[in-house]
Design a protein around this ligand. Structure first.
Ligand SMILES: [Zn+2]
Length: 273
């Protein structure tokens, strides 16, 4: 009898989880995909640069579609519920996106400089600095990604959050791989490269809980939160991810990856959302 009861409660809790718990679980699962994506490093199988550029292009495509279909359009819809159709929802989305882009830009500008002024000297200092700037940008943008997943679960329950959690998880895998490979190239051990890549994904559940919590407590913030998360992602796509995929001359593969990522996310969002 006790066995049966515990099974019942387990099933019940899955359905009755609070939005904040859903946000935590969903964003943690998405964040874990960063570590999963970096696994080939631990196994000693590093995909070739063209393949990596295509995979990272895929990540850019997924993020691009997620920005619009899972964040900007829901932001407009949420703003229309609050303010009616017209200029105000559009203005909220535009300003929210610009604040999100500006925030990541500021973090990019402010955070690393202190760290690198006194950093390692020598011929490879510039390359090491570039790699760490990339990693910091990935880590920073994982926060609004977690936020987006949390906001999705917080505002739309299971159906609101699931497409975002899947999409964000999908694009985290190539991002984790890119981070680990970049560190490997700077002479880090496989294990350390994998751990650092995994750590960049752990920012997501923090964003997830905050996103779900804030939206549950303060619904007026919903359109702002969604637009902000979209802006932060768009900044990283343009400023870090696409340039990284083009740096070694594999633009065609990178663009093919982007097209596939965009198509997959668009399909997922319309199908599941
Ligand atoms: Zn991303």
């Amino acid at each position: 009898m006790p066995l049966d009861r515990s099974r019942d409660t387990k099933e019940a809790t899955l359905e009755n989880l609070s939005p904040i718990m859903l946000g935590l679980i969903g964003s943690a699962a998405a964040g874990l995909m960063t570590a999963v994506g970096a696994l080939p490093i631990l196994l000693g199988k590093v995909p070739s640069r063209p393949t990596r550029d295509m995979l990272l292009g895929f990540a850019a495509g997924v993020m691009l579609a997620a920005s619009f279909f899972s964040l900007i359009i829901p932001a407009l819809e949420a703003a229309e519920v609050q303010h009616g159709a017209g200029a105000i929802p559009a203005a909220i989305a535009v300003v929210g996106i610009l604040i999100g882009m500006g925030a990541v830009h500021l973090m990019n500008e402010l955070l690393p400089h202190e760290h690198f002024k006194t950093g390692r000297e020598g011929p490879d200092a510039a390359s090491l600095r570039r790699v760490w700037l990339f990693i910091i940008a990935i880590t920073i943008h994982n926060f609004p990604e977690g936020l987006a997943v949390g906001v999705g679960f917080g505002s739309g329950g299971m159906l609101g959050g699931l497409p975002l959690a899947i999409g964000i998880g999908l694009q985290n895998a190539p991002e984790g791989l890119a981070v680990a490979v970049a560190l490997l190239g700077e002479g880090y051990s496989r294990r350390r490269a994998w751990w650092i890549a995994a750590l960049t994904g752990l920012v997501e559940p923090i964003g997830g809980v905050i996103g779900a919590g804030v939206i549950t407590l303060a619904a007026p913030l919903l359109p702002w939160g969604l637009a902000f998360a979209a802006g932060a992602m768009l900044y990283v796509i343009s400023h870090e991810i696409i340039p990284e995929t083009h740096r070694s001359g594999h633009q065609n593969k990178a663009t093919l990856g982007l097209a596939i990522g965009l198509a997959v996310m668009l399909f997922l969002d319309v199908w599941l959302g």
